[in-house]
Each structure stands twice: as C-alpha cells, then as structure tokens.
Design a protein around this ligand. Structure first.
Ligand code: ATP
Ligand code: MG
Length: 384
C-alpha cells in the first residue's frame, strides 16, 4: 500500500483554451516548491498525485504544496488496487479509533462492479464489524472515510481535505515590483498580487545606519516567506540614507515622507523597467496613516512615467490586513519592533494633504537626479 498526496487545483480549470499553458506553469511551480525532496508528480484526470516520497517527508511536502498558488486542496491518501479487501485495509488506516463516521465514495471507474452507494455501504458495514467503538453518523460524523475509485484500476482512500492557497499559478499574469517594508501591510499586498498569478520581486529601502541590520534581516525573513508562495523571490535593497539627509537638511521637515515617497517611486520605476516588471505594488491602504491620503497617492503617482501602481489593500481595514498576514505566516515577523526608514527624521506634524505645487517647491531644493543615481549605486540583490 503506497502513501500518496492528492493535489486538486483551483481556478485553472476555468481557463478554457489556455488550460494547457496554465497547467504547464502550475506543474513547474509545484516541482520548484519540492526541489531537493525526492518525489514524483503525476497528472491524473483533473488532479495530480505526488508519489515516491519518503514517509517522513509527508508533512513537509503537504505544507510546501499548500503554498503553491493554484492548489485548491490537498489530501494524504493510500493508493491501493481497486479491490474491496484492499480498500477496506486502507480504510482502517485512515479511520479514527472510536467515534462516529461516514463513508463517501466517488467512482470514476464505471466498470467497477459496485456503484458508489454500494461501496460506501459495504465498507461502512465492515468497519462497524471490525471495531465496536465506531458508529455511523451521516450528518455530523467525527471523521469521513473518502474512497475515490479511479479509472486506472487503483483507488485512493483518505480522511481529510486540507485547504491550499487557491489563486492562479505564479507566472501566468506577468511580473511586478513590490515595495516591501518591514511592516505588516506590504507582504500581504505582495501575497495578494502573487495569488492572482503575478510573479513578484521586492524592493526595500533602508537607511542604515539610522536603521539597523536587524531591520534588514526582518525584510529578508519576510521575503523568504513570500518566496514560498512566489516560487522564489528576488530582493532588491537600496539605501535612501543620503536622500533623507538631504531632505532633512534642505527642505521643510513636514514634507519628509511625501518627498521620500516620490524618490522611492522614481527608483522603483527605474528598477522595474530594468527588470521587465510591468507594475509597482504597494501596501498602502486609504487613510491608514497621514501619508496615505488620496492627495499623498497623487503626489507619489505623479513621478511615475508609465507603470501602473497597484494598491491591493486600498479598501482594507487594518484588522483585515492583520488577519491575512497571520494566515500567510508573515505577521509574527512583521511585528518585530525594528525601525523602518520612514520613521527616521519623522516630522512631528507631517503634511497630510500635500498640495502638489508645495511639494514641487520643496523638491526643487534638491538635486533629484543626482540623489537617484547615488541611491541606485547602493543596490544590492539577494535571491531567496
Ligand atoms: P507597511 O506595513 O507595508 O510598512 P505601513 O502601513 O507602515 O505599511 P507606510 O510605512 O506608510 O505604511 O508605507 C506604505 C507603503 O510604502 C508600504 O506598504 C510599502 O509598499 C511602501 N514602503 C514603505 N516603506 C518602505 C521601505 N522602507 N521600503 C520599501 N517600500 C516601503
Ligand atoms: Mg511601514
């Protein structure tokens, strides 16, 4: 009796004519996520089976596969020949030791001598005979024995469906550049966009030595989590120390964040163009903090020449974002208390609704091009 992992996929099946393309990328992404772990993935009518892995790697494989976008659900199953005795033996292994249960059967092989209700009844009856501590409850059972009789003479027997990441396979919806801070929001924004099939890479701005190395490590850790969903993650890191010093020295302090944002956007667009990224993604949410007003967004958008700026969290409350970050596994990293560059030189009263002519007047006090060139010379790239 072989242990296998059943992978069912999500929205990909909607993709009509492009189905082959989506499935190919999906299969490649699953292979990438299991790199270095012995296994084989086989396609089987509308699902995939992971086989040939070491028993002790079962949980590891399940957890990795659950993070691949496109995976709807995963089940650890026993694969047996389509024979009632074999199915019963597998059923005993997935059953609880006591309590209530029901048997659910799906029969793809219409030549199998018993139909689905008959298989369920027969296996259920044998379970009751073999263990006096079991009782049937078809409405609210403690556990379910699922039997899937496939066309190829094998049956799969399992007891649970674990939810996958859903969404579309990464790489089917272009490429984007995520502005990633060490905060709660931007990793969630990146996750949401990757979930729709976009391959993302990250750009982080630091202000070392005003910000410390732990802040930097935190962003690496966040990028490593995103990497599991995104089939790898390239993290670009740029210092904005000099930009902040120059703003601090030359401009009205109330415009620090507004001006810094415009530098970030300009640098982002240059890096995105160089890397073939088709959009910029931020974790901004309308009205969440002083700089995230529509006026603030207008001011930072206006320095972008071509690319769209996606702000998937715009309409989310903080609580909703926190809930998501917990789910995807970034929350505990994000709440580590290391300073982001945006809090360096933070003015007591930032401009909340910056007027564009005032912003331009402050910016005119700076050598914008020179500062951008200087910042780009600090670019460091890490592959996660
Ligand atoms: P986050 O939780 O993502 O840090 P936030 O609520 O703290 O968001 P801000 O600090 O105003 O909000 O940042 C808004 C957005 O600007 C972030 O979501 C991120 O996309 C981008 N951003 C902010 N700081 C940085 C940084 N140091 N490097 C890269 N991008 C940044
Ligand atoms: Mg932040």
């Amino acid at each position: 009796m072989e242990k296998v992992i059943i992978i069912r996929y999500a929205e990909i099946h909607l993709k009509g004519k492009n189905r082959g393309y989506f499935e190919h990328i999906f299969a490649v992404n699953m292979e990438k996520s299991l790199k270095g772990i012995r296994h084989e993935i086989h396609r089987q009518s509308g699902r995939y089976l992971v086989e040939g892995f070491a028993d002790e790697n079962t949980d590891l494989i399940v957890n990795k596969i659950k993070r691949v976008f496109g995976v709807h659900s995963v089940s650890v199953a026993y694969k047996v020949p389509s024979d009632m005795n074999e199915i019963f033996n597998a059923a005993k292994l997935v059953a609880g030791e006591s309590g209530t249960f029901k048997v659910e059967t799906h029969r793809a092989d219409k030549t199998f001598p018993l139909n689905s209700p008959q298989i369920s009844a027969e296996i259920g009856g044998r379970m009751l005979e073999s263990n006096r501590l079991l009782k049937v409850d078809v409405h609210n059972p403690d556990f379910v024995i699922n039997i899937d009789v496939r066309e190829n003479g094998t049956a799969l027997v399992f007891n649970k469906f674990e939810s996958g990441a859903d969404g579309m396979p990464v790489g089917t919806a272009g490429k984007g550049l995520l502005l990633i801070s060490g905060g709660i929001d931007s990793p969630v924004a990146g996750h949401m966009i990757a979930k729709r099939g976009m391959k993302i890479e990250g750009l982080h701005f630091h202000s070392y030595p005003y910000t410390n190395m732990q802040a930097r490590q935190k962003v690496n850790d966040l990028a490593a989590v995103l990497s599991e969903y995104n089939c790898g993650f390239t993290l670009n890191v740029v210092s904005v120390k000099r930009i902040q010093e120059e703003i601090h020295k030359n401009c009205n302090g109330a415009y620090m964040v507004t001006l810094l944002r415009r530098f970030m956007m300009r640098i982002a667009e240059i890096i995105a163009d160089k890397n073939g990224d088709q959009c910029i993604i931020t974790g901004e949410s309308l009205g969440q903090v002083a700089s995230q007003t529509v006026e603030g967004m207008t001011s930072s958008n206006s320095v972008i020449k071509n690319l769209p700026v996606l702000r998937p969290l715009c309409g989310f409350d903080k609580n909703e974002i926190i809930e998501r970050s917990r789910k995807i596994g970034t929350y505990e990293i994000s709440i580590q208390p290391f300073e982001d560059c945006c809090t360096v030189f933070l003015p007591e009263y930032p401009i909340i609704k910056p007027k564009i002519e005032d912003v331009l007047a402050e910016e005119a006090k700076l050598d914008v091009e020179g500062l951008i060139t200087d910042a780009l010379s600090t670019l460091e790239i890490t592959e996660l």
